[in-house]
Design a protein around this ligand. Sequence first.
Ligand SMILES: [Zn+2]
Ligand SMILES: [Zn+2]
Length: 426
Amino acid sequence: MTNVRGGATAEARMVACHECGLLLHAHRIPERYAARCPRCGATLYAKSRYSVDSAIALHVTGLVLFVIANSFPFITFKLEGRERTSTLISGVLEFIDQDLWMLAAVVFMLTIAIPLLKLLATLYVLIPVRMGRPFAKSTIVFRSVEVMRPWAMMEVFLLGVIVAYVKLLDLASLELGPSLFAFAAMIIVLAAGEAAIEPREVWNTLGPEHTGPRSADSSEGQRHTDFIDCHACGFVLFGDRPAHHVDCPRCAAPLHRRKVNSLNRTWALLISATILYIPANVYPVMTVISFGKGQPDTILSGVKELIHADMWPLALLVFFASITVPVMKIIGLSYLLISVQRGSNWRPRDRTRLYRMIEFVGRWSMIDVFMISILIALVKLGAIATIEPGVGATSFAAVVILTMIASHSFDPRLIWDRMEVGNGKP
Ligand SMILES: [Zn+2]
Ligand SMILES: [Zn+2]
C-alpha cells in the first residue's frame, strides 16, 4: 500500500477520494499495489497483476460454471428410505408455493439473476475494451456492474448452504450434487475475475478522467466546492462553481456534489428497518415439523438450538450475522447520522472506518434467509419431516435490504465537509 501524496513528479491526473472528497494527484503505482487516501485511508485505486485477457477468461469460465450450477442436482436429502433432490432454484419455487413472493424474489435476485447479469455485463464491457473499441453503451453498462456488486451474494448463499447442511446432518443423510461443486468453483473463479479488473483502469479506457478548465495550480486538498466528482465513475469536473443538474460527461450519471438528501433518506430507511426488526425477531422464521409435531423457530431460538447441539462455531456465526450485524448497522449508522447533523469533528478517520465496516459486513446478514430457502426445499417429506418458512423471515430479509440501502445512501464525505470549512484542511 502506498499513499498517493507524493513529490514534484506528480502526473497531471487528479482523483477525488470517494469517501472523504479530498482531491489528489493520481500516481502511477506498481503492480499489486493500491493507492490509499492519506486523509481517510480509503483505497482509491489499485493496479492488478492480471490483464483484461485473464479477466475475460475467468468470466467466461464463470459463465460455464453458472450453467452447470443451474442444471444439475444441488443437494439430495435422504430420510427413512425417502429422498428429495433440490436444485439451485428449488428454494425460490418453494417460497412461491407458500405465497411468499417477496422472499422468492429476494433469493432469486441475489443468488441467480444479479450474479448472471453482472457476469454478462462485465463481459459486454471487457470484450470490446480488449479489442480496442468499446461499445457506445459500455459506460452505462459498466456503471450497472458497480451498482450490482454488493447485491451478487453467491458466497453468502454458499455459507447459508453450509449452515443448512450441518443442521441437517443429525437428522438425515445428505448427498452433495454436481451443481453445488460447480457453484463453489464459480464463486472462486468470479472472485479471481473481479480481482483482475481495476475499475479505474476500465473507466479510463472508456473516457477521460477529468475535464477542464481548472486553475494551473489545481492542487491536492482543493476545497470540495471547486469541483464535482461523479459518484458512479469517479470523473472529476473542475470549475470555480461547477453547475448543478449536469450529467457526467463520461458515464451520463447525474452529477451531485454529495449524495442527494443523504441524511433524510438514510434516516427514513434506518427507521423503517428498525421497526421491521421487531417482527423479524418476534415471529418465527421457520417451523420444523418432525413426526407430526411442529416447532416454530425464531432467529434467536435457532441460535439456541445450535448451542444445545454443541455446534458452537455455527451458533456464533449465525448469531453474529443475524443479530450482531443488523443491530450494529442500525446503531452505527444512527451514530454517524447524528454526529454529522451535530457538526462533530471528532475522529473523522475512525468514523469513516466505521462506515466502511458497516458497508462491508451488511450483506452477510442474508445467511439466515438463504439457509431457510435451502431447508424448506430439502426437508419436505410430509408429516415425517417438513420445514416451512415463517413470516419472520420476510421481515428479516426486508431489514437486511433496507439497512444495506441505508448505508449506501449515507455519504461519508459529509463527515469531512465540516473540516474544510474555515481554514481549509484539518
Ligand atoms: Zn479520503
Ligand atoms: Zn461518471
